[in-house]
Design a protein around this ligand. Structure first.
Ligand code: HAM
Length: 417
């Protein structure tokens, strides 16, 4: 047998209702905030991600699924949703339409990571992007949207950390300060951090290696280096969030793993997500669209991992309503009964009533057992005497009571229940 590739998962029919639950809450919340769905390709030109997500990010340096197609072009399975949405926005000329532009997505992403609980190679994201608004209100609204989504799912033990990583000008000064701080410790730090030191020292702040973490704990904070505009922006974001009742803590170690962010960054974390504590992350990324060739278009957004949300929902014991089984199972007692059951089932489905009938020539006992497993609400039994009388024996599987209902009245009877 050929097994599933490492780091991927099947979603079985018995479990898919949990995905639908998350997706329904996501869609409903997104639409309340004026977001419409966008769908972009699973693969894009590699350059979109290497330039967009950033040359120094772990995603680009280590984790991309990149290959040459038969035409010799380098393409990459999307490691995240933001770069593709930005490309679609520009390529379709949407900056000429109504701004702010708001789009959400529910789709798969691919990262060649070492799989563990909550970390997969194929995973799924619910993400949202808002373009064309640079105001602190846009950041606050985006965070409030994410917060509402998580609360509406029923999650309670999630906390929000926010930070500002400033604009390119104030960040440059901060990066100098960071290099000054890290320089004497470089020999004790991991090889990745030594590369980050040259390319993007802020990424040294979220290194997961214990020794590096200890050193990073004493590093200066970006918040002390924010320019006046960035500081005022961050103060206003915090003020609006507090006013909206969104609880948060300011955590200077939140720098995010992707290179495109500026100013506000945020993460929602849960202890229940294990080592992979972040269930949702995002921030402002005013430079990305300009870097892709647009006039400057300010942008802010977030993405949540569906598999991590599922883990956390389970850990918090959030009840997810299970779907009902089929409305009616039509059991045939003999060949003629079976045929009538087949025809009646087709008629009922045509009237919007879900039903199943026997396809395996099973005994009546086996048919009842199967109907029970299906969670059928009713079982209609059809044999010789039912064919003669034109009525089915309809058993209510919950109460075990039964009634006789004329074949032609079955649809009406069932649709009322
Ligand atoms: P990210 O933090 O890389 O941000 O991913 C967002 C979320 O996707 C994470 O918080 C996590 O729940 C989930 N996730 C990431 N990697 C994996 C994985 N290997 N296995 C399972 N789940 C995973 C972004 O992707 C940005 N594009 C978010 C964004 C949108 N920023 C602005 N707009």
């Amino acid at each position: 047998m050929i097994n599933i590739p490492k780091g991927t998962k099947d979603v079985l029919p018995s479990q898919v209702y949990k995905w639908h639950y998350i997706e329904n809450v996501a869609r409903k919340t997104a639409e309340e905030y004026g977001f419409k769905e966008i769908r972009t390709p699973v693969f894009e030109h590699t350059e979109l991600f290497s330039r967009g997500v950033g040359e120094t990010s772990d995603i680009v340096t280590k984790e991309m699924y990149t290959f040459l197609d038969k035409g010799g072009r380098s393409v990459t399975l999307r490691p995240e949703g933001t770069a593709g949405v930005a490309r679609a926005f520009l390529e379709n000329g949407l900056q000429g339409g109504a701004l702010p532009f708001r789009a959400y997505y529910l789709y798969s992403a691919y990262r060649y990571e070492r799989p563990q609980a909550g970390r997969l190679r194929e995973f799924h994201q619910f993400g949202a992007e808002l373009y064309g608004a640079s105001s602190p209100a846009a950041d606050a609204e985006t965070v409030a949207f994410a917060d509402r989504f998580l609360k509406r799912l029923g999650l309670r033990e999630i906390s929000l950390q926010i930070n500002s990583i400033g604009c390119p000008e104030c960040r440059a000064k901060y990066q100098d300060a960071l290099r000054d701080y890290f320089r004497p410790h470089l020999s004790e730090m991991c090889p990745d951090c030594r590369v980050r030191f040259e390319k993007n020292p802020m990424r040294m702040l979220d290194c997961k290696v214990e020794e590096c973490k200890k050193i990073a704990a004493g590093a200066p904070h970006m918040l002390e280096y924010l320019c006046d505009d960035c500081r005022a922006h961050f103060e206003e974001v915090k003020r609006l969030l507090s006013g909206a009742g969104v609880a948060f803590t300011v955590d200077p170690s939140i720098v995010r793993g992707l290179d495109y962010y500026s100013r506000t960054v945020f993460e929602f974390t849960s202890k229940a997500a294990g080592a992979q504590g972040t269930v949702l992350g995002g921030g402002r990324y005013d430079g990305l669209l300009a870097q892709m060739g647009a006039k400057s278009v300010p942008a802010v957004g977030f993405a949540a991992g569906i598999e991590r949300l599922l883990m956390v929902l389970e850990a918090e014991n959030v009840p997810i309503p299970e779907p009902r089984g089929v409305k009616c199972y039509l059991a045939g007692l003999d060949a003629a009964g079976r045929e009538k059951a087949f025809l009646l089932a087709e008629e009922l489905r045509g009237k919007g009533i879900s039903c199943e009938t026997d396809l395996l020539d099973r005994s009546v006992k086996a048919q009842f057992k199967y109907a029970d497993k299906l969670g059928a609400e009713y079982v209609a039994v059809i044999g010789e005497s039912e064919l003669l009388s034109g009525e089915a024996e309809l058993k209510d599987m919950k109460s075990s009571g039964s009634v006789r209902v004329k074949f032609e009245e079955l649809a009406q009877y069932l649709s009322k229940r």
